[in-house]
Design a protein around this ligand. Structure first.
Ligand SMILES: CC(C)(COP(=O)(O)OP(=O)(O)OC[C@H]1O[C@@H](n2cnc3c(N)ncnc32)[C@H](O)[C@@H]1OP(=O)(O)O)[C@@H](O)C(=O)NCCC(=O)NCCS
Length: 144
């Protein structure tokens, strides 16, 4: 998949095109959810994702999202970001739209976690769960 957007922007799900340094630098240094994630872990997370979607501007990567899925029941959208210089012009919505509706996981049940971008995701069918079933997690590194 390769989809041209306005003003020289483009979405592409070719894993070979991902700028690993760009993704690693954002996640590890700037994101609020993956601070300090080692480069080797980022590389494995890319390799193990069902789909990775890059946002590009005149050839250079400026955004990213990835899909984790069993391909049958459930898909999880993670590590979504648009470089700060390119925000506020509808690219985040297009990046998420392509990630969720543009691939083979489109008919599955989707999950994601976010601290503040609920409005963006609600435009694409995501709803906050305010009643059971309750979302539970076991954090990496947990020991009894
Ligand atoms: C969230 C993010 C990907 C949105 O990218 P973007 O290109 O700026 O998004 P858009 O321009 O498509 O925004 C569309 C709408 O989403 C909403 N929105 C976007 N980012 C938001 C945020 N951080 N908080 C609240 N609402 C947000 C706005 O209501 C916006 O509506 P508007 O067009 O009426 O202003 C980007 O701000 C980002 O990378 N933030 C830092 C990383 C992050 O928080 N990632 C999400 C983790 S779940």
């Amino acid at each position: 998949m390769r989809r041209a957007l306005a003003d020289g922007y483009e979405l592409d799900d070719d894993p070979a095109r991902i700028d690993v340094d760009f993704v690693f630098n954002y996640l590890s240094l700037e994101s609020y959810w993956a601070q300090g994630r080692p480069r080797e872990v980022v590389e494995r997370s890319l390799a193990g994702s069902a789909r990775v979607v890059g946002l590009y501007h005149t050839g250079a990567q400026v955004g990213f999202a990835r899909v984790i899925s069993d391909g049958a029941v459930l898909a999880y959208l993670g590590d979504v970001f648009v470089d700060a210089a390119h925000r506020g012009r509808g690219l985040g919505v297009e990046l998420v739209r392509e990630s969720v509706d543009g691939g083979p996981q489109r008919e599955l049940s989707w999950r994601l976690d976010t601290s503040d971008a609920m409005e963006l995701y609600s435009r694409l069918g995501f709803k906050e769960r305010v009643a059971p079933p309750v979302h539970m997690e076991r954090r990496a590194g947990w020991r009894p």
